[in-house]
Design a protein around this ligand. Structure first.
Ligand code: NAI
Ligand code: MG
Length: 396
């Protein structure tokens, strides 16, 4: 049966990577109908809403979204940042992708990072005696996507009630003394038991289903006791009762950042709160080729899922006559969608085709070719977005 997918191109390079991805999906035999939905800066400028209700309705109806990228705020568009007609209501542009996460409670974010053999961007390290080694990275980062430090509960110059609550905490006076209200900016890090259990269980489940032997909780429980500590405690309980076959490891975010440049091949599934998950997933993405290769999925507990590359709208490259950005991050995100809806035969075919193209090293986008010190990427004979997609299709 034909699937209906909500297609959300967004801004900048979002459209081209999404269009090329749809071509690849078609060539691989994925039979789908796409309904296009409006999202992004363009719709903020036109109608004062970067995430119109009609877009939310389409996602609600069809459940599955493929999303390109949005611009949070163009550097040179101060004029549109506050819509004249909305001024006074205090409405400022807010990222529609964050809005989407909150509206549908897309609290599970998955970011797999796997090395493609032959990718010139792969991380290399020195082994004993100065030998060069190229470790194969194969991790899936599970990031809690709605809570924690990005939950938006924050104040500058908090009101008296909040101030009283803060200053009544014994550590407050001990560590900060009698700080006046106006001196304070506070961002909270809220973890709920429900949200934390959900991301942990999703991680354990994924580990079991995909043959990973360990789940690593990457937080800082020795210092951030109430949130990181709670997450690790819950992880121990869940592992003990439901996943005795999976090992549970615990790393601190700072140490993890060091270890992943030394032995990234040691890690399987990593799970973390919102900010640490954001950080650790970008770091791992760097080891496998960066933004051109970094894919993600975000899902709710009631069947809504949106798949997107982790990169943004790359305005620097958006208006080139011929698009030169790498579509692989978007294609990989679409493969996650295929896995999610049970079309894993098609996703395997596509991943195999990408692997062959990368291995052959004949067709490479500019990001895979850029030489140190070279400014003009177009001088290097790099493949366009379309040529990369064509190469993948040819393998299919
Ligand atoms: P960006 O991710 O859009 O681009 C940064 C740089 O990464 C580009 O200039 C380019 O050199 C490289 N790059 C990105 N995607 C690539 C691809 N597919 N192939 C090859 N190279 C690629 O980040 P930037 O420039 O900081 O942000 C631009 C806009 O995008 C901002 O408004 C930002 O807020 C927004 N953004 C949106 C995200 C989303 O839609 N989920 C995520 C990150 C940023
Ligand atoms: Mg990020």
């Amino acid at each position: 049966t034909k699937r209906t997918i909500v297609s959300l191109p967004g801004d900048g390079i979002g459209r081209v990577v999404l269009d090329e991805t749809k071509r690849i999906l078609f060539a691989a035999g994925f039979d789908a109908e796409y309904v296009e939905a409006d999202i992004g800066w363009e719709f903020w400028c036109k109608e004062g809403k970067p995430l119109p209700q009609r877009t939310l309705d389409l996602i609600e109806k069809y459940k599955i979204g493929l999303f390109g990228a949005i611009t949070s705020k163009p550097k040179d568009d101060a004029e549109n940042e506050l819509k004249p007609d909305l001024k006074g209501k205090g409405l400022v542009y807010s990222s529609p992708i964050v809005g989407l996460r909150q509206y549908f409670n897309l609290d599970i974010c998955i970011r797999p990072c796997r090395t493609y053999k032959g990718n010139p961007l792969n991380f290399i390290r020195r082994g004993p005696g100065g030998t060069i080694e190229e470790p194969m990275v194969d991790v899936a980062i599970f990031r809690q996507n709605t809570e924690g430090l990005y939950g938006g509960v924050e104040w500058s110059n908090p009101d008296n009630t909040v101030y009283a609550a803060l200053t009544s905490h014994p550590k407050f006076i001990k560590n900060f003394g009698a700080v006046p209200r106006k001196e304070l900016s506070v961002s909270t890090r809220i973890f709920t038991h429900t949200g934390t259990s959900r991301i942990l269980m999703a991680a354990f489940n994924y580990a079991r289903q995909n043959g990973y032997k360990s789940v690593t909780v990457c937080e800082k429980p020795n210092v951030i006791r109430e949130t990181s500590g709670m997450m690790f405690k819950l992880a121990k309980e869940i592992q003990k009762s439901d996943y005795p076959d999976i090992e549970l490891w615990n790393t601190n975010i700072d140490a993890q950042m060091m270890w992943l440049t030394k032995n990234p091949e040691n890690y399987g599934v990593i799970v973390a709160g919102n900010m640490f998950g954001d950080i650790v997933s970008d770091a791992f993405a760097g080891l496998i080729g960066g933004l051109g290769f970094a894919c993600s999925a975000q899902m709710s507990d009631d069947g809504i899922a949106v798949f997107e590359p982790t990169h943004g709208s790359a305005p620097k490259y958006a208006n080139f006559k011929k698009s030169i950005v790498n579509p692989i991050a978007m294609v990989e995100s679409a493969c996650m969608m295929l896995d999610y809806i049970g079309e894993d035969k098609i996703s395997s075919k596509i991943r195999k085709a990408i692997a062959e193209v990368v291995m052959e090293a004949k067709v490479q986008t500019y990001d895979m070719m850029k030489l140190p010190g070279s400014e003009n990427v177009l001088d290097q004979g790099a493949a366009s977005t379309k040529e990369m997609a064509d190469a993948i299709i040819a393998k299919l």
